[in-house]
Design a protein. Structure first.
Length: 199
């Protein structure tokens, strides 16, 4: 069975289980993704790009776009969509540091590394002085959680890794701790996003 048709769960150490929308990630850009892409007006780096539907949506708007993912398969799938992607850890050196007009963390990627403050600080280093960072967050009431998680796929458990969740109400203080500030927030259906800029 193709990966996009299996059930994949992200299981957190606090007992929460989130069904991963893998089928959505492998599909065309949905309205929420288009709303994120519409906010971008210059060169944009898509961090944790997965199969690349957001990177593709950016390129279709005529923007310079780079997808970045630690997974070789994700990078291959992104490149198969005809857009540029690089296999790299977000904390490693990346092209264009300090010059991107926008950086993006969607589909829960605020959790990368398990330390949202460190991640946001890193993203602040990637964008230009007048650039912005668009982050997908959890709905109100989620607060801030940091811990271990693993992916469960067809009864097969993956290795544990550090992960985090950030609710929209926790973004002001999380951003401030990273030297950034919230400049806007928006919704697309049930999904919540914040836009940050450097202080």
């Amino acid at each position: 069975m193709p990966p996009a048709q299996r059930e994949h769960w992200l299981v957190h150490a606090d007992g929460r289980r989130d069904l991963l929308p893998v089928h959505r990630w492998h599909g065309p850009p949905e309205p929420a993704i288009e709303s994120v892409a519409a906010r971008c007006t210059g060169p944009t780096i898509d961090l944790g790009c997965g199969p690349g539907r957001l990177t593709m949506a950016l390129a279709q708007r005529g923007l310079v776009a780079l997808g970045v993912d630690i997974s070789a398969e994700a990078v291959r799938l992104t490149q198969d969509r005809g857009v540029v992607a690089l296999r790299r850890d977000v904390f490693e050196p990346l092209p264009g540091e300090g010059r991107w007009a926008h950086a993006l963390l969607v589909d829960g990627n605020i959790g990368i590394g398990g330390d949202p403050v460190r991640l946001l600080r890193r993203c602040g280093d990637l964008i230009a002085a007048d650039g912005t960072l668009v982050v997908e967050v959890d709905p109100p009431g989620a607060g801030l959680w940091q811990g271990q998680a693993y992916v469960l796929s067809c009864s097969r458990r993956g290795s544990a890794f550090s992960w985090a969740r950030v609710g929209v109400e926790a973004m002001d203080r999380t951003a401030a701790a990273a030297g950034m500030r919230v400049v806007d927030g928006f919704r697309s259906g049930p999904r919540w996003f914040t836009e940050l800029a450097r202080r």
